[in-house]
Design a protein around this ligand. Structure first.
Ligand SMILES: [Zn+2]
Length: 563
């Protein structure tokens, strides 16, 4: 099967292509040098924007907490549902959409790769079952390892190499992709109703600090040669004054970075960029965070932008969700995953007229605009925590147009408006920078070689948007920009046209990418280890691993570790 995309205006930042008119040739699911025009299926992309398929580095779309969110929020689904079509299944939205709807909606926006960031290893099978059921996109998932007892025990004893072997085993066994750390030490403390409040607090019973967990797993990450850095949700998330904790977290691995390479990814940074001492005095810490990130090469961020809408918050940060429940009085689910992690879910509505919510909205955009290098900061809403992913086009419009920002600024809480840093920044991102922050930069940070670019050999995942950058001024016509990114003119996945103008044309499965981390001395599953499983977990060892045939479409990536 050959496909030729003709005369599009190409944005392919990894290959340095900035708005050039070019043809893209595709054969057997890959980008190739050229194809025979007479034989290939042709798409006329004249006057349209062509980018690699979108990549989402952090979105909660599958697994136990998402599914619990669906059960908790029947009202979420009433007003937002999808009818069955000849090509698609029916399903529901809005903030916790069903699996099929998730895949279809991403595909309509031109997204082709998405990363599920928070998998308790104990619930890996459930997560993979739902990922198998999420069509149209390639996907991967990050096991939560920052509070796993094995990690805490080995790091406490300074046994980094031993810890690395266990982490390698865990990632491969649960078919994961990266080391996820959430509120390090705080989740273990939460098991006994406590929390930690700085990176130097002691974790109860383990005699270890969040700093030691972060540094230990950063070293482990390096020893294992993992393609992505440690992926960190900081301590004190969602609390006034926490920008200092975010800075401490970035600083604590500064010396572990090598050759200007990233060593840590701080996820949904907006939620840990608050200045102030309480909710009345809270304000943006974006300037300080951006200043640090602009001066240090070892950090990447994603934003966690807030959207003014009704949504569902869900994280492994059990103690944070508990305080959110206390703030809102809303319904709440809490879950403790034995020896590994926790989680909580609370419905939430971000209101324009709320001082705090408006500050959060502004802070996310400030981060995006004040961090100078788009390769360091990526667009997310931490779906669904800041808002559902379907609102990405709205964020793109805010990025590209000061006028769009001003239109929203006028409607927000006046005290928040007067404190916002947005009126003082004139920066408007270009299509090239948007392509970095929504696909190229994310793919690069994830170490996904075949994704996020349109060079020869790349996966033929392409998004074509009906907008002509040569004739439109996105600064003025931001509504047109938003519309164009809402429904891609064409979404091409693995060389097949899967969506066109908001309609799904073809159902494809999409692969689950996972790391087969090869260490020189893999840990042996001894009777002693099985005993620990029996003692610590309610699941016996034999039921724990996710075998490869459990995955719908398996895409293993072999990694040779240095240990
Ligand atoms: Zn998240």
């Amino acid at each position: 099967m050959e496909l030729l995309i003709k005369n599009g205006i190409i944005y392919d930042p990894i290959n340095g292509v900035n708005g050039e008119k070019m043809d893209i040739a595709i054969r057997d699911g890959k980008i190739v040098e050229n194809v025979k025009e007479s034989k290939a299926l042709k798409i006329d992309a004249s006057g349209m924007t062509v980018m690699p398929g979108g990549v989402d580095i952090h979105c909660h779309i599958a697994g136990s907490e998402v599914n619990t969110g669906r059960l908790l929020r029947p009202e979420d689904h009433f007003r937002d549902f999808e009818r069955k079509t000849p090509n698609t299944r029916s399903g529901v939205g809005h903030s916790v959409p069903s699996t099929f709807t998730t895949g279809y909606r991403y595909a309509k926006m031109g997204y082709t790769t998405i990363m599920n960031p928070s998998m308790p290893p104990l619930e890996a099978k459930h997560t993979h079952e739902e990922l198998n059921d999420t069509p149209m996109v390639d996907k991967a998932t990050y096991p939560l390892l920052g509070d796993w007892w094995f990690v805490l025990e080995y790091l406490k004893d300074g046994k980094i190499e031993e810890c690395a072997r266990y982490v390698a085993w865990m990632i491969t066994t649960t078919k994961g992709y990266a080391i996820k750390i959430v509120n390090p030490g705080g989740l273990e403390a939460w098991g006994s109703g406590r929390n930690v409040s700085s990176i130097d607090d002691q974790v109860p019973y383990f005699g270890i600090t969040p700093r030691e967990i972060l540094r230990g797993l950063c070293k482990v990450n390096k020893l294992l040669n993992l393609p992505h850095t440690i992926h960190v949700h900081t301590n004190n998330l969602g609390k006034p004054g926490n920008y200092l904790t975010a800075l401490d977290t970035m600083k604590c691995v500064e010396d572990l970075a090598s050759e200007g390479k990233p060593a840590i990814h701080i996820t949904h940074c907006q939620f840990c960029a608050f200045k102030g001492s309480d909710w009345r005095t809270v304000k943006s810490g974006a300037e300080e965070i951006a200043k640090y990130v602009n001066n240090h090469p070892h950090v990447t961020l994603d934003i966690g932008q807030v959207i003014f809408t009704d949504t569902t918050t869900m994280t492994a940060d059990g103690p944070f969700q508990y305080s959110l429940y206390g703030l809102t009085g809303n319904k709440w689910v809490n879950h403790d995953v034995e020896t590994e992690t926790s989680s909580g879910i609370v419905p939430f509505r971000y209101r324009r007229k709320s001082y705090v919510h408006a500050i959060q909205w502004s802070t996310g955009l400030e981060l995006a605009l004040l961090v100078k290098d788009p390769w360091k900061i990526f667009m997310t809403t931490d779906h669904p925590n800041g808002g559902p992913f379907i609102y990405y086009p709205r964020i793109i419009a805010w990025f590209m147009s000061k006028k769009a920002r001003e239109a929203t600024l006028k409607k927000i809480n006046p005290r928040a408006e007067s404190r916002s840093l947005l009126p003082s920044t004139d920066r408007e991102l270009s299509f090239y920078e948007i392509a970095i922050m929504t696909r190229a930069g994310q793919a690069k940070a994830l170490g996904l070689e075949g994704k996020g670019h349109l060079g020869v050999g790349a996966d033929a995942d392409v998004a074509i948007y009906a907008i002509n950058p040569e004739t439109i001024d996105p600064s003025k016509k931001y509504k047109t920009v938003r519309k164009a990114f809402e429904n891609a003119a064409y979404t091409i996945k693995g060389g097949k046209i899967v969506a066109k103008k908001g309609e799904i044309l073809k159902h494809v499965e999409g692969a689950t990418m996972w790391l087969d981390v090869q260490v020189s001395e893999p840990i042996r599953i001894t009777e002693e280890m099985k005993r620990r499983f029996r003692e610590y977990w309610t699941v016996e060892y034999e039921n724990y691993p996710v075998t490869e045939n459990y995955l719908g479409v398996s895409h293993p990536i072999t990694i040779k570790a240095d240990v």
